[in-house]
Design a protein around this ligand. Structure first.
Ligand code: DC
Length: 662
């Protein structure tokens, strides 16, 4: 997951490959609640692991359900319609509407002493229609802040279920879903009827609810979309085991990717055209815009068809979440695209009509908007603008605007607060980068070269962490090579040059955080000694060894970018890197730092001998015939003798930012 302040997406060119998507949020949270209300145990496979499901799982634990998590398989032991204890419980719902609404209904029917609150945005998301319906049923619910919005307090009910319960259907379908899931608790002696007032929006989500209720033994009778009856004697029954489909709304980004990007196409694993999720119908809209889509059980394959895409006018009431993705596809179309009947966008994680309009305009597009519609005009080559996309703590804004990186002007796109995707798809960007291609010259490399013990490693890895970039410690490759050569019984001299080079060419080295693996062996400590550094310096003067390590070093240049540290990153390995830094510190300073480091590890040494070693290595690294240690001509010099690590990091980030178009 990217927890950086922003993520810069380089200009992307094409995409191909397979993505396996995380489980559906809508299905996951419904299944969790139904499993909790059941008697007995339900094993849920492929559950989404995200902020919203964690909110639900925490709530279930607080209620006294058994919750066992093993990867994406979660075992829930239900309450059997009965609370385990009567203590007051305060639930924190974050910004998870799919947890807040159904839990409110279930808790209100169960009764107790509960408070439900969330993040500030949750306290702006309406819940009044659901509360009204529950109050009419005899539930005791009080507003703790503003009328009509969370936070709420729930007390014990005195249920009266003889009259039909009315609920508005035109603000959020989650109100009806909440009632449908909670009311079986009350349908013991007699039928319970729910009547929808106003036109029901987002009907496909009700289909998911009915489908899952059926899986849990509740057969709801429905007359059109107006009247729903829970038969007397309804009882939740665990299906024992249940699989969660991949999230069809998450699939929309990869369907769009297949439609926009050149390449061999995208295959999506985990969800197919026969999905129970309404957002799967996004595939029809994408096909209308030009995508070529084929599907089988549990998979979709998408290829670019019409290009440019075709602008469309579409009633999006049936695919409210995925429709945002159409808004960004519209930028690549031949004429404007109008998305209609999307009033629900205004009450989601953010006001999504405002968000889409504002951010598309930043990219250069003309956008018109009304109370429940938006028109996005396409952008031609030459019209795209570099933009820093604000994401409003809305996962879908972040994910759909990542598709702007395929723009014809090859302009990078900055996404602010990329971690907001964690709401439904924590590894979204990893999945995107696993299939998207960029031209090598568009994947940024920042080089930090300098002498030994100048603090390159710390600086480079901190800058990499701040930008979400990969990190290459090229010195470690020379250290591992020397280590492997000695293990193989070779000397580190020119006589063995060809054989050391052979070893280096196929070095089975892997970096995992701070751990360095050579094949199955953890060599992290072995290659970090002073002697190992000296050995590395020896093999690094051999030209054939340096050549053998070039391809391996280049392979670290991957999306979204790279921080490379060493001696010749800027001069030889990445000569076109857009930022090169040459780090220096006085020999005295460096010896002192290294001394402190070693002492803290309990290794005894003297300052003088360390300084002599450093100077010997500097001399060898700077005087060798191939790729000697020196600053690239255009490198920024950074003497960090008197700087804190934070100050050095800030300096490099400032230089980097000055080169960005945002
Ligand atoms: O950065 P370091 O101390 O881990 O590097 C160990 C040795 O490897 C260094 O003395 C010279 C060599 N080296 C190199 O020649 N080129 C690089 N890009 C990195 C390291």
């Amino acid at each position: 997951m990217f927890s950086t302040a922003f993520l810069d997406l380089p200009a992307l060119q094409g995409a191909s490959g397979t993505v396996t998507l995380p489980g559906s949020k809508s299905i996951s949270n419904r299944v969790l609640l139904l499993a909790a209300l059941c008697q007995g145990t339900t094993v849920v496979h492929d559950l989404l692991d995200s902020d919203d499901t964690r909110v639900m799982l925490n709530a279930l634990r607080q209620l006294g359900c058994g919750v066992e998590v093993a990867g994406t398989t979660v075992t829930i032991t239900g309450l059997g319609g009965q609370l385990k204890h009567q203590d007051a419980i305060a639930f924190f719902m974050g910004n998870a509407g799919t947890a807040m609404r159904p839990l409110t209904a279930a808790l209100a029917v169960l009764g107790g002493d509960f408070t439900l609150s969330g993040v500030p945005r949750m306290h702006e998301r309406p819940i009044g229609d659901l509360v009204d319906a529950l109050r009419a049923l005899g539930c005791s619910i009080d507003y703790l802040g503003h009328d009509g919005f969370p936070p709420l307090h729930i007390g014990p009910p005195s249920l009266k279920v003889d009259a039909p319960i009315q609920v508005r259907g035109d603000v959020s379908s989650q109100f009806l879903t909440a009632l449908l899931m909670a009311l079986p608790l009350a349908a013991k002696e007699q039928d319970i009827v729910i009547e929808v007032v106003g036109e029901l929006i987002s009907k496909p989500y009700i289909d998911i609810t009915l489908n899952l209720l059926a899986r849990f033994g509740i057969a709801v009778q429905r007359e059109g979309w107006q009247r729903f009856t829970l038969p007397a004697g309804s009882r939740y029954q665990s299906p024992g085991t249940i699989h969660v489909e991949a999230d069809a709304s998450s699939a929309s980004y990869f369907i769009a990717l297949g439609a926009i990007a050149t390449g061999d196409g995208i295959r999506i694993q985990g969800v197919g055209a026969d999905s129970i999720q309404g957002d799967i119908r996004f595939m029809d809209a994408a096909a209308q815009m030009g995508a070529t889509i084929t599907s089988g059980p549990n998979w979709l394959a998408i290829q670019r068809g019409a290009w440019p895409l075709k602008g469309i006018t579409l009633d999006c009431n049936h695919i409210p979440d995925a429709a945002m993705t159409l808004g960004v596809m519209a930028l690549y179309a031949d004429k404007p695209t109008t998305l209609r009947n999307i009033a629900s966008w205004r009450v989601k994680e953010t006001d999504r009509i405002v968000a889409m309009a504002t951010e598309c305009r930043k990219l250069g597009a003309t956008v018109e908007e009304g109370p429940d519609w938006i028109t996005v005009h396409p952008l031609q080559q030459g019209q795209w603008k570099a933009a820093s996309i604000h994401t409003y703590d809305d996962h879908r804004v972040a994910m759909c605007f990542s598709l702007a990186a395929f723009n014809a002007d090859q302009i990078p796109v900055r996404l602010e607060d990329p971690k907001c995707v964690a709401k439904t798809f924590p590894d979204y960007f990893e999945a995107l980068f696993s299939v998207a291609h960029a031209r090598p010259q568009d994947i940024p490399v920042i080089c930090i070269d300098g002498p030994t013990a100048s603090g390159k490693g710390t600086l480079a890895s901190r800058v990499a962490a701040a930008l979400g970039y990969h990190y290459l410690d090229s010195g470690a490759l020379y250290r591992v090579t020397a280590y492997a050569a000695l293990q193989a019984g070779l000397t580190l001299e020119a006589v063995d040059e060809a054989r050391i080079a052979d070893l280096a060419r196929t070095l089975p080295v892997r970096f995992e955080g701070d751990t360095v693996w050579l094949g199955q062996a953890d060599v992290s400590d072995a290659i970090r000694t002073e002697q190992a550094g000296m050995n590395a310096s020896k093999v690094s003067v051999l030209p054939a060894v340096r050549t053998a390590l070039v391809a391996l070093q280049h392979s670290f240049q991957r999306l979204p970018g790279l921080l490379a540290d060493g001696r010749d990153m800027g001069t030889v390995i990445f000569p076109d890197a857009p930022l090169k830094v040459f780090l220096t510190a006085s020999a005295a300073q460096r010896a002192e730092r290294r001394h402190k480091q070693l002492i803290s590890k309990g290794i005894s040494t003297t300052l003088d001998s360390l300084r002599a070693d450093l100077e010997a290595r500097d001399a060898r690294d700077s005087s060798r015939s191939v790729a000697p240690l020196k600053a690239a001509q255009e490198a920024y010099q950074l003497d960090n003798s008197l700087l804190s690590i934070e100050a050095s990091v800030d300096q490099v980030l400032t230089w980097w930012q000055a080169k960005q178009p945002f």
